[in-house]
Design a protein around this ligand. Structure first.
Ligand code: GRF
Length: 212
């Protein structure tokens, strides 16, 4: 299923879910502000962590925010609250931006091909936590990031785009992570623009431009 094309007067509404510093969220917000991402708006920023830097930044930007603390709650209960919040804000597309909480199968099934994630490796290599360190320790020569649709498996859904960089001899895991992060900030904007354009379609596992 693809998104319905947004009418010119009706921007695509993003719901950003985050748990931490929120640099990807801020990069997206800046792309919207600067016009690089046209006809897109952030409808709500939702955090599952009270003191997440990204939540504070969103409040400072005057964006609608919501806090749904997940700690100590059953996943299904917490996700039901987040889903209700997303619906309340008429969100079209969910953006996971450092959201450190696995989504329940029910949440994913409720929003097919409407949840995007960014992962700091060239999937399917190095899924899971600390992907940049995993890649560095493995000794790869090319690293990067992936924006993908979320399905019921971890870091697995259809790939929207990837950006690659060379691993330099003088890199350590931290410098590599920083350079991957700079690519993430470009990749998320580009991926959202592709989805918002409604000019792409999913064929099997491939996300490709439509030519009809
Ligand atoms: C990024 O590296 C992203 O790829 C991963 O979590 C990190 C979030 O960073 N999923 P930030 O909070 O957006 O700065």
């Amino acid at each position: 299923m693809l998104l319905e094309p947004a009418a010119p007067s009706k921007p695509l509404k993003l719901g950003v879910l985050l748990s931490g510093r929120g640099s990807n969220f801020l990069a997206i917000a800046e792309s919207i502000r600067s016009g690089k991402l046209a006809n897109v708006e952030i409808a709500v920023v939702i955090s599952n962590v009270a003191d997440a830097g990204g939540l504070i930044s969103a409040q400072e930007l005057g964006l609608p925010t919501a806090l749904h603390v997940s700690k100590g709650r059953a996943r299904a209960d917490h996700d039901a609250d987040v889903l209700a919040c997303v619906r309340e804000h008429s969100v079209d597309l969910i953006i996971l931006a450092g959201y450190l909480r696995l989504l329940s199968p029910e949440f994913v099934a409720a929003l097919p091909n409407r949840i995007l994630n960014i992962h700091p490796s060239l999937l399917p290599a190095f899924p899971g936590l600390d992907a940049q360190h995993q890649a560095f320790d493995y000794g790869v020569k090319i690293a990067g990031c992936t924006v993908h649709f979320v399905d019921e498996h971890l870091d697995h859904g259809v790939i929207i785009l990837q950006r690659a960089i060379e691993v330099l001899d003088e890199d350590d895991a931290n410098s590599l992570s920083a350079r991957i992060l700079a690519e993430e900030h470009l990749a998320y904007t580009e991926a959202i623009a592709r989805v918002a354009s409604n000019q792409y379609e999913i064929q099997g596992r491939r996300y490709i431009k439509r030519y009809s």
